[in-house]
Design a protein around this ligand. Structure first.
Ligand SMILES: Nc1ncnc2c1ncn2[C@@H]1O[C@H](COP(=O)(O)OP(=O)(O)OP(=O)(O)O)[C@@H](O)[C@H]1O
Length: 221
């Protein structure tokens, strides 16, 4: 009952998508049929306590780490490569995703090992540029991120632009900010399956946060 009072206003598509739903528990579950006014007072008191204690409004549903493809909870993995970080383009790139309306739910800076780079780009292991690519990706700091939003995998790729910056449309990240394919500053998952694998490779569940944001101003419903 208590959890219903604080269920997020935006309905989730978990049932349709087959993703597991995790409800949060509270001490209120043992109460039996209090009067309406008592329930309201009880709910308000517990909510105040929850906010004061955690600084967050508890949610009945938690989005899975890999997101829910096809919904506004779809997630993608975006990495600003060492050239992007060293050129001071982190803020510019984040700004473009934020301005679009996507929500940043995970971010960290790390220096990938060669082995991590090889795992991340394993599907390209037969390409002649594979060794150079892994050296490049593990050559310095990378900003790894998880972004959330409707169509974020496909639209994220559109924001990024074509693999080769020379073929990227002006207005895209690569089209505006870089020149060579071997120094193309950013990576974005190319499918929802890739997003799932890459988010799982780079992030733990505890490293991704949920918050309301301004989503009611981004989506019609
Ligand atoms: N011909 C090439 N020469 C050198 N590097 C290349 C070449 N083609 C691709 N790469 C590098 O390998 C990365 C992965 O290539 P892929 O074909 O998966 O393109 P992408 O999906 O646009 O890039 P990313 O996976 O980094 O987002 C490219 O981003 C680029 O850095």
């Amino acid at each position: 009952m208590f959890s219903r009072l604080f269920t997020r206003a935006i309905p989730r598509a978990f049932a349709a998508s087959g993703y597991a739903k995790r409800a949060f528990t509270t001490a209120a579950t043992g109460f039996v049929k209090p009067s309406v006014s008592k329930k309201l007072v009880l709910g308000a008191t517990l909510a105040t306590t929850a906010i004061a204690t955690t600084g967050l409004v508890a949610c009945a549903d938690k989005t899975p780490l890999v997101g829910v493809p096809g919904t506004k909870f779809e997630r993608t993995f975006i990495a600003i490569k060492p050239d992007g970080v060293n050129r001071g383009l982190v803020g510019e790139i984040i700004c473009r995703f934020e301005r679009k309306g996507f929500k940043l739910v995970g971010i960290k800076i790390l220096h990938p090992t060669k082995a991590q780079a090889e795992e991340h780009y394993a599907d390209l292991s037969t390409k002649p540029f594979f060794a150079g690519l892994c050296n490049y990706f593990s050559s310095g700091a990378v900003v790894a991120m998880v972004w959330e939003g409707k169509g974020v995998v496909k639209t994220g790729r559109t924001l990024i632009g074509a693999t080769n910056p020379a073929e990227s449309t002006p207005g895209t990240i690569r089209g505006d900010l870089c020149i060579e394919v071997g120094r193309n500053i950013i990576h974005g998952s190319d499918s929802t399956d890739s997003a799932k694998a890459e988010i799982t490779l780079w992030f733990k569940d505890s490293e991704v946060a949920e918050y309301q944001g301004n989503q009611t101003w981004v989506y019609e419903k």
